[in-house]
Design a protein around this ligand. Sequence first.
Ligand SMILES: [Zn+2]
Length: 594
Amino acid sequence: MHVDFAMKASIGWSNTGSSVLVVLLAALCAQVATGSPAATSRPGASSPAPGGAADLLLKSGSVYSVDDARTWAQAIAIRAGRIAYVGTDRGAALYVTPSTRVIDLKGKMVLPAFQDAHIHPISSGIQANSCTLIGLNTPTQYVAAIERYAAAHPDKPWITGGGWLMSAFGPGGAPRRQLIDAVVPDRPVFLSSTDGHTYWANTKALELARITNQTPDPPDGRIDRDPKTGAAIGSLQEGAGDLVASVVPPATAAEHEAGLRYAIKLLNRYGITAVQDAQVSEDDLKAYRAVDRRGELSLRVVAAIWWERGLGLEQIDTIKRLRAEYSVGRIDAGTVKIMLDGVMENYTALMLKPYLKVPGEVRGIPMVKADVLDEAVARLDAAGFQVHFHAIGDGAVREALDAIERARHLNGDLGHRHHIAHLELIDAADIPRFRELRVIANFQPLWAFADEYITNLTVPFLGPERSSRLYQIGSLYRSGAVVAFGSDWSVSSANPLEEIQVAVTRMGPAGETRTPFLPGERINLPEALAAFTINAAYANRLEKMTGSLETGKNADLIVLDRNLFAIPTTEIAKARVLVTLFDGREVHGDLGAL
Ligand SMILES: [Zn+2]
């Protein structure tokens, strides 16, 4: 297995027979590549390409392979969508025939294509195609955008979309319905916050959802209310959003597919060719399958099937059916997503100790009952699923680790790639458990700098001690755990280069902050690249075919406009992906234009 060193050391895996073979073959190739001219008179010399004809040869590049030894190479030969050779220009010449397309990279950097271990391609694509507020920062801008969108879409019965920032609405981050009523009084409007944990509704939408002063808070959410009148103010936290969502007409199949097509294009442009969709419904699975069948899915997709919090263990039968029905083509529906808590900014992340400055002993909202959780994880593990947890508070992280530990006691270690996403706060006692339990730490590194979410909406409510332990990416790496990265797009930018820059600097990707946030938690560039390539491939169960540039793997790779190792770390996000190859085929950019 070609996995990150830290993981190999921690898990104590030895090379399997097949990877020894790959190493031997690679050594043989290298020998041929650098050997005497007599090498060309060995068997095969009579054919025009002693190494076997390549369809495509990339030469004279700076190829960072992300193999176990983090080898650099000059050239890659590709045959039938797979890597036939990685090594020197001289060695690669043995693969050239008159029909081989030869591209001179002129020193440009080549990397394995990126993989995102936690992302929402379809819902983000649908949002981008609807009333999107992404990129805007103030209530005035939001209202103007909503008014414009409503005017441009007079026949839409509902105005939906989102992307607004909680930080635009001050502490608590709660927007009010009257702001929208002023521009759209006659049609329902329902807009998700950029992190998807809070919803902004106008009065019409609340009426259609029959939310009144008497409506109780659901167990997994909170209706924000006017303290004097008890009336809903228009912001709905977590599961309270479902009260409105359940009366919004669902997106059509065409809208799902259009959202997916938007996402594919964007992700390929950012150099991403494999994703873990962190929350899929059957409608999403249908869209993936339909687009794949048309040959348009230039992504490998791990689909994490959504665990319905309102249902119990009986849903496992449905989940098994979905896995069987939709794990076809480039789709692997063998993961289940369990959301254990909310977010810190609205005090719904599950904490071991109460929030500060919040009346009462508030420790967040547990989303799944402890006994159901333990049993669910044990059964899913036994049935061969990977479990992908959403856990932000230290209480939720502990719940997830405890449930995995219990499953391991019951089932033994079945080798599944369970992982915990987000990991904003982890209790010190739980850090070594990732390595011990072989649980992947699935971070979203773009969150790990001191933006307004951290300085205004998090730190005051945690206090200094807990705030000094946020996003411990470096600690997890040093503990020997496997660290994988994901963007959580559309919560954050889908551009891995922005994420990588923040992981290595702990400063804003566009220079928003100049002081590193908890600099001891920085990681280095090779570690950050591994987290977006081979380690994410491991989380996606794709590490045997992708995640590094090695003989026999699929030719999923990118060409960058600059060498990331040769520029200041504060400029990584400025780099551009010029070309993305998926199975050796250009899905973004043009090799001929390099
Ligand atoms: Zn997510």
